[in-house]
Design a protein around this ligand. Sequence first.
Ligand SMILES: *[C@@H]1O[C@H](CO)[C@@H](O)[C@H](O)[C@H]1NC(C)=O
Ligand SMILES: *[C@@H]1O[C@H](CO)[C@@H](O)[C@H](O)[C@H]1NC(C)=O
Ligand SMILES: *[C@@H]1O[C@H](CO)[C@@H](O)[C@H](O)[C@H]1NC(C)=O
Ligand SMILES: *[C@@H]1O[C@H](CO)[C@@H](O)[C@H](O)[C@H]1NC(C)=O
Ligand SMILES: *[C@@H]1O[C@H](CO)[C@@H](O)[C@H](O)[C@H]1NC(C)=O
Ligand SMILES: *[C@@H]1O[C@H](CO)[C@@H](O)[C@H](O)[C@H]1NC(C)=O
Length: 245
Amino acid sequence: MKGILIAGVFAAFAITVIDSLSCLQCSPSTENCSTNKTDCGNEKFKSCVESSVSSTLGKSPYSYENKFCSEDKCISSTSAVVSFTVRVSDDQEFNFSSQCCEGEACPGNNEGSGEEGDGGTSRADTQIQCPSCYSSNTTTACKEEIRQCSQGERCVHIIADHVNGTVHNKVELKGCSNIDEATCDILNPGNVTVGEFTFQTVSCTNEITTTTPATVTTTPSTSTSIKASFISSVFGSLLLLKLLF
Ligand SMILES: *[C@@H]1O[C@H](CO)[C@@H](O)[C@H](O)[C@H]1NC(C)=O
Ligand SMILES: *[C@@H]1O[C@H](CO)[C@@H](O)[C@H](O)[C@H]1NC(C)=O
Ligand SMILES: *[C@@H]1O[C@H](CO)[C@@H](O)[C@H](O)[C@H]1NC(C)=O
Ligand SMILES: *[C@@H]1O[C@H](CO)[C@@H](O)[C@H](O)[C@H]1NC(C)=O
Ligand SMILES: *[C@@H]1O[C@H](CO)[C@@H](O)[C@H](O)[C@H]1NC(C)=O
Ligand SMILES: *[C@@H]1O[C@H](CO)[C@@H](O)[C@H](O)[C@H]1NC(C)=O
């Protein structure tokens, strides 16, 4: 009898250990992000997602962080990071970062550690120029201007939808971005969901929209290190919602 009881207790314990997913959880509405993982509380959750957005688009700067248990599997691999910046103009840019970890909490990174390696060193301009614009919720047309890109950047056109409960907020962005090719490939098929964002359209090009002569340097030989440190150091995701205000 006692043996059975103990076996039962062990079995229950084993099941709990196997089945429960714990994630860092952090609601954007609270200032506090927990530093401890919390049980997701339901087997339907498959992954932990950590997203952050910081943006100077729209009327006021905005930043946002969100960590949650997700019912979706990660895109493309069991541990996917999507991270990039889009520069629309000198004073308008959008940072998006999202990490997804399937079946386990994301490895602890600490925002404080490792600077972005961006410290004031301005990157050289390249021959690449991109149409640039920003519009929210498609209420206004995306009014293009031409932007000069820096090393390691390419042109992007992104339309993304941020879902918050039943509210959808859509943002369209064109500009120079340090997004890497692998990320473009992952998002390119359209309607790819990353955390609470759906990327309806993501197209990346190295096009040169220019009137200058044809010294066509293709992809600048480049900034792998910038990209790598950028990707490894950031987490999080995109937020479109608040940008719209
Ligand atoms: C955040 O957490 C700290 C420590 O638990 C607490 O003192 C503080 O009041 C919390 N702040 C908010 C806005 O909840
Ligand atoms: C986080 O976990 C540690 C160790 O288990 C515990 O001492 C601490 O009180 C926890 N913090 C919060 C905010 O729950
Ligand atoms: C976006 O990220 C870059 C690189 O980390 C940083 O220099 C810039 O200040 C960020 N922009 C915003 C709006 O937070
Ligand atoms: C989502 O909507 C709720 C209720 O309207 C709001 O309080 C919250 O701030 C929104 N989330 C974000 C990330 O803006
Ligand atoms: C954006 O459009 C959607 C659908 O038309 C609407 O529900 C939402 O409130 C709009 N958001 C803003 C910030 O205007
Ligand atoms: C993505 O979803 C939108 C809205 O549901 C739809 O209009 C569009 O055709 C879809 N795009 C692709 C590539 O599936």
